[in-house]
Ligand binder design. Structure first.
Ligand code: 1HE
Length: 266
C-alpha cells in the first residue's frame, strides 16, 4: 500500500516499513494556515489512510509553527456568505472527524503556534506532543471570529468550558507544563516533538489494528452516548475485539509466562 491519496499539494506524506505514516502540513510560508484546498486534502488523506494500511499516523508540520488556523487572507479575499462559511465548516468537521473516528492512532507533533483552527486540528488527534516552544491559543475572539472547526466540542472537551471561554475572551496563551496540566497536550518534551511523536506512533503501531481501531474510534463514539448506551456499546466492541484470532498468540504468551509483565521499572 502506498500513502498516495491523489498527490496532495499542501501535505507531504511518507511511510515507513511498519506502516507508520507521517503527514506533514506543508505550507510553512503561510504558517500552515488551513485554506479550503488543504482541508480537502486532509479529508482525502484521512479517508484513505485507514484503508491503505496505515498503522499509526504522525501529524507534523513544516517550518517553525504547527498551524496558524483558518487562512485569514483567503477568508478575507473570498467575501464568503454565511451559507458558504457554514458549508466550509462542514468540510473542516469532515476532515477532523476522519482523524478522530478513523480508527488509526494519530499523534500530533506540535511546535510553535497551535492556534485557532490549528488547535482544532490538533485536538482531533488522539495524542498531542508539545515541545518547549509550543503555544496554544484561540485568537478568534480578537479577530472578530468564532471557532468553526469543532473547538466547542474538542477543545472544551480537553480543557473544560470555562477555560475555553476564557481563552476566547482574553486571547490567553497556554504553554509548557501548564498546557499539559490543563489537558492541551499529553506530553511535553525537551527535544524534538516529531521524534517523540514518531516513537509514540511506532509503539502504538505495534498493537493489533483491530484493538487500535476500537481505542481510536469507540472511545470517541462512546463519549457521544448516554452512559447506559456507552456501556452496552463497550460490551459489543469488547465482544469483537477481545475474541479476535490475532490476540490468541498474545494471550498464549501471557499464559506461558513469556509475555512482559506490566511493572513500573520495566
Ligand atoms: C497567514 C496566517 C493565517 C500567517 N491565515 N495567512 N489564527 C490567527 O489569528 C493566527 C494568525 N497568524 C499569526 O498570528 C502569526 O502568523 C503567527 C504567530 C502564527 C506566526 O508569526 P510569524 O511572524 O512567524 O509570521 P507572519 O509574518 O505573521 O506570517 C507569515 C506569512 O504567513 C504571512 O504571509 P505573507 O504572504 O505576508 O508572507 C501571513 O499572512 C501568513 N499567515 N498566519 C493566512 N492564519 C474554522 S474557523 C477557525 C477560526 C480560526 O482559525 S481564526 C485564525 C486564528
Amino acid at each position: 500500500m502506498t500513502p498516495d491519496a491523489g498527490s496532495p499539494a499542501n501535505l507531504a506524506v511518507s511511510q515507513d516499513a511498519d506502516g507508520v505514516w507521517t503527514v506533514t502540513l506543508n505550507r510553512p510560508a503561510k504558517r500552515n494556515a488551513l485554506d479550503a484546498a488543504t482541508i480537502e486534502e486532509l479529508v482525502a488523506l484521512f479517508t484513505a489512510a485507514p484503508r491503505r494500511g496505515a498503522r499509526a499516523i504522525v501529524l507534523a508540520a513544516a517550518g517553525e509553527h504547527f498551524c496558524a488556523g483558518l487562512d485569514l487572507v483567503e477568508h478575507h479575499d473570498a467575501g464568503r456568505s454565511p451559507e458558504a462559511f457554514w458549508q466550509l465548516c462542514l468540510r473542516w468537521h469532515e476532515a477532523f472527524n476522519r482523524i478522530e473516528y478513523g480508527g488509526v492512532p494519530v499523534i500530533a507533533a506540535l511546535k510553535g503556534a497551535v492556534v485557532g483552527g490549528g488547535l482544532e486540528l490538533a485536538s482531533a488527534a488522539h495524542v498531542r506532543v508539545a515541545d518547549a516552544g509550543t503555544y496554544f491559543a484561540l485568537p478568534e475572539g480578537q479577530r472578530g471570529l468564532f471557532t468553526g472547526g469543532g473547538a466547542t466540542i474538542r477543545v472544551a472537551g480537553l480543557v473544560g468550558k470555562a477555560r475555553m471561554i476564557d481563552m476566547m475572551l482574553t486571547g490567553r496563551i497556554y504553554r509548557g507544563e501548564e498546557a499539559v496540566r490543563v489537558g492541551l497536550a499529553q506530553y511535553l518534551v525537551d527535544g524534538s516533538s516529531l521524534e517523540a511523536a514518531t516513537a509514540i506512533a511506532r509503539r502504538a503501531a505495534a498493537n493489533l489494528p483491530l484493538t487500535n481501531f476500537a481505542i481510536c474510534s469507540a472511545i470517541s463514539h462512546m463519549g457521544n452516548m448516554s452512559g447506559l448506551d456507552a456501556a452496552y456499546a463497550e460490551a459489543a466492541v469488547a465482544g469483537i475485539v477481545n475474541t479476535q484470532e490475532a490476540a490468541r498468540e498474545r494471550l498464549a504468551a501471557f499464559a506461558a509466562r513469556t509475555a512482559p509483565r506490566i511493572r513500573p521499572e520495566d
